[in-house]
Design a protein around this ligand. Structure first.
Ligand code: AMP
Length: 115
């Protein structure tokens, strides 16, 4: 599949891997918005949360726990962090392979800038 995150998951495009198992991979964002900015993706291609199926329940749980593990590994679990899953057009999604942003390392303010 011609999807940039699928290629990262297959090791065809280099990335700064933070953690990986058979179901998912976490790697640093190429354009970080904060001192910690890591993406957690399932290796299975799911375009976004709008396309997730009930049968993906376990995988989505794994994704959340991996985000927790990233926060721990990056040392922001105590100071705090934000998880973001941009979804489709109004959600500002650019890459159509489900990913959870793990962002932290500085105060992030409250919620959305675009209001
Ligand atoms: P989104 O708007 O949620 O779809 O965000 C996509 C994110 O993927 C952006 O923060 C990009 O900086 C990031 N990104 C795009 N290509 C790469 C790449 N090759 N390696 C790491 N991060 C990437």
């Amino acid at each position: 599949m011609d999807c940039i995150f699928c290629k990262i998951a297959r090791g065809e495009i280099p990335a700064k891997t933070v953690l990986e198992d058979e179901h998912l991979i976490a790697f640093d964002d190429i354009a970080p918005l904060a001192p910690v900015h890591t993406l957690v993706i399932p290796k299975k291609h799911i375009a976004n949360m709008g396309d997730a199926d009930d049968e993906d329940r376990e995988l989505l749980g794994r994704l959340m726990l991996a985000a927790r593990d990233v926060a721990r590994k990056k040392g922001v679990d105590e100071s705090g962090f934000r998880l973001i899953a941009n979804t489709r057009s109004d959600g500002g999604q650019e890459v159509y392979h489900l990913h959870v942003h793990v962002i932290g390392g500085r105060p992030l303010g409250r919620m959305l800038l675009g209001r």
